[in-house]
Design a protein around this ligand. Structure first.
Ligand code: NAD
Ligand code: ZN
Length: 355
């Protein structure tokens, strides 16, 4: 496992990464460094990162509150103000140390401050390592609507240091795992098969799988950075997954579902829908349900709730011209984009999930 070189960003993996990071930081004619953290990555990750960063440049720390509710333009204004107060100029370098909230918001703040300063990502959650920090999508939420404001602009470097995962809560590990499973389902049967033998979420089992997951995401976004076709396949499980996520968030009596836990259900539903519309094999669909329930358990969704969840599909950002577009599977590794799905099949999919 070493560096993954691609069109816009260079992704460095584990141990040799910091030497390459230091070379980049010190060779880039930068004036000053700004490290963005949230309250948790300040506690758990910052000291480790600063120990490895070797430079004579001055370093300022900017901290934001942790959590999706703080991925807002107000928080971003706070970051812009901090940069301005601390005399950031166009040669300043922003380093985002955190999960997807920090890399999304920090990337957006950097891309827009003084029309754009250089930035790099040090993802510290599993989800941000295999997904959020790779691909150049940056941005903030607008009220309850996710990622409505943003730009696509890739960081110069991404450092993947899986040691940061030591302090990550298990539920957050499971959430990130869902995106890795998705990468297998949409692009590589061999990769998918490796999860059947995964015994735990320990790092020694996961390191190689994380590396391969990043390669898959990188491959997809390099071919289609602006989501015209292939990148849409990364939305597998997300159409219903997002609706389930929003529904559970809006109901105080429902359990808290993290993003990955919701799209895990979305992927089981999409696999069932695939058996009805693309000829996806039923045996594989059953295997997917068993594997996902093994990792995520069963989440109760009542029959009386199906209609409300389906209603939420209307708000999906990926809809075009009023159509709800699903990504389905023809086979593992063979996704089909822009599929229209009847509500009755979605209801049958919920029943299958519950059975
Ligand atoms: P997050 O950034 O909120 O991190 C989850 C929690 O873990 C937070 O409380 C955080 O403070 C904490 N944390 C982070 N690293 C830690 C560590 N090493 N030890 C202990 N705690 C730690 O959430 P996330 O799941 O990383 O990312 C979700 C965000 O990513 C969403 O806003 C989503 O929209 C975005 N996203 C973006 C893309 C993209 O392409 N840009 C793709 C997928 C998701
Ligand atoms: Zn996702």
């Amino acid at each position: 496992m070493d560096s993954i070189q691609a069109s816009d960003s260079i992704i460095h993996f584990n141990e040799p990464s910091y030497a390459l990071l230091n070379k980049y930081v010190n060779g880039g004619n930068f004036s000053k460094i700004f490290v963005l953290v949230d309250t948790n990555t300040h506690t758990y990750c910052l000291a480790n990162f600063l120990e490895r960063l070797e430079t004579d440049l001055s370093i300022e720390i900017i901290e934001i509150e942790a959590g999706e509710i703080h991925k807002t333009i107000d928080t971003c204004v706070g970051v812009w103000n901090a940069l301005s107060d601390l005399d950031a100029d166009r040669k300043s370098l922003m380093i985002n140390v955190g999960g997807g909230v920090v890399t999304d918001l920090g990337g957006f703040a950097a891309c827009t401050f003084k029309r754009g300063i250089s930035y790099l990502n040090i993802p510290t959650t599993l989800l941000s390592m295999v997904d959020a920090s790779v691909g150049g999508k940056t941005g903030v939420d607008l009220g309850h609507l996710k990622n409505q404001i943003g730009v696509i602009s890739a960081p110069d470097i991404i450092i993947i240091d899986t040691n940061y995962l030591d302090t990550l809560p298990k539920s957050q590990m499971r959430s990130g795992l869902a995106e890795m499973l998705k990468h297998g389902l949409i692009s590589d049967e061999n990769y998918w098969n490796k999860f059947k033998d995964l015994k735990s979420l320990n790092l020694k089992d996961l390191d190689q799988l994380i590396y391969e997951s990043i390669l898959i995401k990188k491959h997809v976004v390099d071919i289609d950075p602006f989501e015209q076709n292939l990148r849409k396949t990364l939305n597998y499980g997300h159409t219903l997954g997002h609706a389930i996520e929003s529904y559970f968030l809006s109901k105080p009596d429902k359990i808290d579902l993290l993003h990955g836990e919701a799209i895990a259900i979305g992927m089981v539903l999409a696999s069932y829908i695939s058996t009805k519309l693309t000829g996806f094999p039923e045996a594989v669909n059953n295997e997917i349900k068993i594997l996902f329930k093994g990792f995520y358990g069963h989440v109760e969704i009542l029959e009386s709730e199906y209609a409300d969840i389906i209603e939420l599909l209307k708000y999906d950002k990926k809809n075009e011209h009023g159509n709800i577009n699903f990504v389905l599977l023809e086979a593992i590794g063979k996704p089909k984009i822009d599929c229209l799905v009847d509500d009755n099949i979605i209801i049958d999919a919920f029943k299958f999930y519950n059975s």
